[in-house]
Design a protein around this ligand. Structure first.
Ligand code: FMN
Length: 112
């Protein structure tokens, strides 16, 4: 493998927070999960499940739950001295960037 190309690939990756409404072909979803499942895991346990969510009502509900989950974290952060606070945790989350993604892939850790 060309290491320079690999480093360029790492450097050119960016977080995406705005999405086109176009649906994502199942082949792409499969490819994304295939890439993710090559991640290393403790003892090679691979204790994960990937849950693909296309239905808008469920995506909206997840986004709402995410907003709810950030509230206690923010409250805790606001109890810290101002200069010690993490800006991303101090900020109120009203609409997560992923809300308008046309498909969600949830990663769940299996603890049996
Ligand atoms: C564990 C983890 C959690 C993250 N959570 C959020 C998040 O809640 N909201 C968000 O907009 N970005 C989130 N990010 C993305 C980071 O903000 C982003 O990776 C960082 O700003 C660098 O930008 P880049 O990914 O475009 O290089 C998260 C990244 C990681 C690794």
């Amino acid at each position: 493998m060309d290491i320079d190309k690999f480093i360029d690939l790492l450097k050119s990756r960016r977080s995406i927070r705005a999405y086109k409404p176009d649906s994502v072909p199942d082949e792409f979803i499969q490819l994304i999960i295939e890439a993710a499942r090559w991640a290393p895991s403790g003892g090679n346990s691979q204790l994960w499940e990937f849950i693909v969510i296309k239905k808008k009502e469920i995506r909206d509900r997840i986004a709402d739950l995410f907003v709810e989950s950030t509230k206690p974290i923010r409250q805790a952060e606001l109890t810290r001295e101002k200069e010690l606070r993490v800006p991303a945790l101090e900020r109120e989350v009203t609409e997560p960037g992923f809300k308008n993604a046309p498909v969600f892939i949830l990663y769940a850790v299996i603890l049996e």
